[in-house]
Ligand binder design. Structure first.
Ligand code: FES
Length: 159
């Protein structure tokens, strides 16, 4: 592939971003952004869960396997979790998960952890734009797919 063709592909690259959000705060904040007709990048696909405490970080690994270029995790602000402390568990898991990202060779900028309340539609829209820009600058996440294909854990080809 020529350098110009590669550059043209990079210029047209639209990242696929998967967002795991809690039902009570961030999902409502994203909904508010929609109902107030805020304009923001359309690169994010939202997966709603009851609470960030429910998010198994293997969900994130699976999202990368399925083709995500970037991931967002967002829930209620500390002290506001509908289930009292689910977001504290998520925050602790995130600290451990960052080490796993290093082990897997995933840039930290591909995963964004944040708090967005139900009243913060503007914050949600700004965050989506920021994450989209960040992931677009990193380019397609091909390394992970190549690594999975090469490993015994990747999809197995049948004869
Ligand atoms: Fe939102 Fe727990 S309910 S983080």
């Amino acid at each position: 592939m020529t350098q110009e063709k590669k550059q043209a592909m990079a210029d047209n690259f639209e990242p696929k971003i998967t967002a795991f959000v809690c039902n009570w705060c961030t999902y409502a904040g994203a909904d508010l952004a929609g109902t107030t007709r805020l304009k923001y990048a359309g690169n994010v696909r939202v997966i709603k869960l009851p609470c960030t405490g429910r998010i198994d970080f293997m969900f994130l690994v699976r999202a990368f396997e399925q083709g995500a270029d970037g991931i967002m995790v967002s829930g209620c602000h500390p002290g506001d979790c509908h289930y009292n402390e689910g977001n504290y568990y998520a925050r602790r898991r995130w600290r451990v998960f960052r080490d796993l990202l290093d082990f897997l060779g995933v840039e930290h900028d591909r995963v964004t952890f944040s708090w967005v309340s139900a009243a913060e539609g503007n914050k949600w829209a700004a965050l989506v734009n920021e994450v989209t820009q960040k992931v677009r600058a990193l380019g397609p996440f091909d390394n992970y797919k190549k690594m999975m294909r090469a490993s015994k854990f990747g999809p197995q080809k049948t004869a």
